[in-house]
Write a protein of this length. Structure first.
Length: 211
C-alpha cells in the first residue's frame, strides 16, 4: 500500500497520479490534526489477521516483521531525531493483556530508524469504552481528554518531531486525541504510522478492534 501515488496526508493510494501533494476526498472532508499518516495495508485479509494475531493471540513475535514494514511505510519522516510514542493502553487493560501491541511495534520502529523510543511519555488518563461498534461521533467523544503528559516531562516534547504508533486506524479518533495532546504540550509536529487503516467502504472498517 505504501507506494505512490497516494494522498499526501493519509497515505491512501490513488488509482492514478493526481500530483505530488494531492489530498484524498477523505482528507479534504476531514483534515487531520496530525501532519501525515502512513500505513502498510488496508485492514482486511492477511493484514487484519496479523493485527488480530498480535493483539489477541499474543503472537508478539509478529511485531518484528510488522514493525519493519511500518518503518518502510513511514521512512519519509522517520529518522534519528524522531520521538517515537506508542498509543498507550489504560493500565487495567494493560494488566489484563500483559502487553501493549503498539509499544511492541514502536520499539521495533525506533530500533530500525535510530529514533528515541519513549513508551511512557504519553499516558492514557481515563478508562474508555471499547471503540468497536461505536459511531464515528461516539468514538471521538469516547477518547476526548483520555490522554495526557506528565507535567514534569512536558519539556521533553518541546520542539520535537513526534511519531505516533498504533496497530490500526479506523475513524482516527484515537490518534487525533493523542496528536492534540502532544501538540498542546509543545511538540513541533506529529506524524502517524499504523500497520493498517480501515477502508470506510469495506465492512471491516466497522469491525476494526481498537484498544
Amino acid at each position: 500500500m505504501h507506494r505512490k501515488p497516494w494522498c499526501y496526508r493519509l497515505g491512501i493510494p490513488f488509482t492514478y497520479d493526481v500530483g505530488e501533494d494531492a489530498w484524498s476526498p477523505r482528507a479534504i472532508a476531514s483534515p487531520p490534526v496530525f501532519d501525515r499518516l502512513r500505513s502498510v495495508a488496508f485492514y482486511e485479509g492477511p493484514a487484519r489477521d496479523l493485527v488480530l494475531a498480535l493483539k489477541f493471540s499474543r503472537r508478539r513475535e509478529l511485531a518484528g516483521p510488522m514493525g519493519r514494514w511500518m518503518s518502510r511505510a513511514g521512512k519519509e519522516f522517520l529518522g534519528e531525531q524522531s520521538l517515537i510514542l506508542p498509543v498507550p493502553l489504560r493500565w487495567v487493560r494493560l494488566l489484563s493483556r500483559r502487553f501493549n501491541q503498539a509499544a511492541d511495534l514502536a520499539k521495533v520502529i525506533a530500533a530500525d530508524c535510530g529514533g528515541q523510543y519513549e513508551p511512557d511519555l504519553l499516558r492514557r488518563r481515563k478508562r474508555t469504552r471499547q471503540q468497536v461498534g461505536l459511531s464515528a461521533k461516539d468514538r471521538h467523544r469516547n477518547v476526548r481528554s483520555a490522554f495526557g503528559i506528565d507535567k514534569e516531562r512536558e519539556s521533553e516534547l518541546q520542539g520535537r518531531h513526534v511519531i505516533l504508533i498504533d496497530d490500526v486506524m479506523t475513524t482516527g479518533s484515537t490518534v487525533t486525541a493523542c496528536s492534540k495532546t502532544v501538540l498542546a504540550a509543545g511538540a513541533a509536529s506529529v506524524n502517524v504510522i499504523t500497520f493498517a487503516i480501515a477502508d470506510p467502504s469495506l465492512r471491516s472498517a466497522d469491525e476494526a478492534v481498537k484498544p
